[in-house]
Design a protein around this ligand. Structure first.
Ligand code: C5P
Length: 209
């Protein structure tokens, strides 16, 4: 039976880890759709373009090769996330990435996709939809710990400001804004460790399929 699982939510909510573990549990392919937008932003910058240039960003999105993105460490930085969020507000970029994501979701087995608009735009017919969130302070703390462990010296306040700016941009844009789908189940991970969050996610999927 086909099982499509849509996992949406803001940065550092735990959605990526939850999506990866759900994919492993159910034996499904997994697409981290944030990587597509990160790759588009990185391409625009590498070509010396401006993140305000919709035509350039759309061109970069049309030519995107999705293979190997998860192995590219340049895409995991805070700058790449910020660039992603800038280009993700362009309708042309979103349209250019739509088919690739829908084709991924249409595999015979089904798939797990995580992002901001999976349950609303990419896979509105997904059997299971989760909207994973946590307070901005807790999300900033998680991201800050990850980055400082990797040797970054970013200040916590700057991290929190980044997260809040990205939330506002992602939720406030006209094209496919980040919003909980009407039929998605809210999973607040503020007070949950990863094991408890994953158990809760699995119960939501079991109840939905
Ligand atoms: O999830 P991640 O932090 O990698 O996403 C980076 C940015 O890409 C987000 O802030 C958002 O602007 C954009 N994005 C999106 N739609 C998705 C996935 C990511 O707009 N489905």
């Amino acid at each position: 039976m086909t099982l499509i699982i849509a996992v949406d939510g803001p940065a550092a909510s735990g959605k990526g880890t939850i999506a990866a573990r759900l994919a492993q549990t159910y034996g499904l392919p997994h697409l981290d759709t944030g990587l597509l937008y990160r790759a588009v932003g990185a391409k625009v910058l590498a070509d010396g373009g401006s993140l305000d240039d919709e035509a350039a960003a759309t061109q970069a999105a049309r030519g995107l090769d999705a293979a190997g993105l998860s192995d590219d460490p340049r895409l995991t930085t805070g700058e790449a996330g910020e660039a992603a969020s800038r280009v993700a507000s362009f309708a042309g970029v979103r349209a250019a990435l739509l088919e690739l994501q829908q084709a991924f979701a249409a595999q015979a087995s089904g798939a797990v996709l995580d992002g901001r608009d999976i349950g609303t735009v990419i896979a509105p017919n997904a059997q299971a939809k989760l909207f994973v969130t946590a307070t901005p302070e807790v999300r900033a703390t998680r991201r800050w710990k990850q980055l400082t462990a990797r040797g970054s010296d970013i200040a916590f306040d700057a991290m929190l400001a980044d997260i809040q700016r990205r939330d506002e941009r992602d939720a406030g844009r006209g094209a496919a804004p980040m919003v909980q789908a009407d039929d998605a189940v809210l999973l607040d991970t503020t007070d949950l460790g990863i094991e408890a969050a994953f158990d809760a996610a699995r119960r939501i999927v079991e109840a939905a399929r």
